[in-house]
Design a protein around this ligand. Structure first.
Ligand SMILES: [Zn+2]
Length: 100
């Protein structure tokens, strides 16, 4: 039932990337409530993660094929949205306001 500190540190990158099942996320959150060490660890991971993401975005924008890449990414996002919820097409404006 309870996760150990090792479990939490092992799962932390998936946790930050939001790739975990809700039940696992709940267990991690519960552990973080009680464990200052893991709280610090996950917060530090999160900061590092955001930093790396920002750096990647900056490098990316500096690239010359940006328009082409944006098109590819947008196509992937649209594909993923349709796959995830085939009935969401009719109220797309509601979806996007929620995401932002
Ligand atoms: Zn812990």
């Amino acid at each position: 039932m309870f996760l150990s500190c090792k479990d939490v540190t092992d799962l932390s990158s998936e946790y930050i990337d939001n790739e975990l099942d809700w039940s696992v996320k709940l267990k991690i959150r519960f552990h973080l409530l009680m464990c200052g060490y893991c709280r610090k660890f996950v917060r530090h991971m999160d900061i590092t993660h955001e930093y790396v993401k920002k750096q990647q975005t900056l490098n990316y924008i500096g690239g010359q094929q940006l328009d082409e890449k944006v098109d590819i990414i947008m196509a992937e996002i649209n594909k993923a949205r349709v796959t995830a919820n085939p009935h969401s097409q009719t109220n797309q404006s509601d979806d996007s306001s929620e995401v932002i």
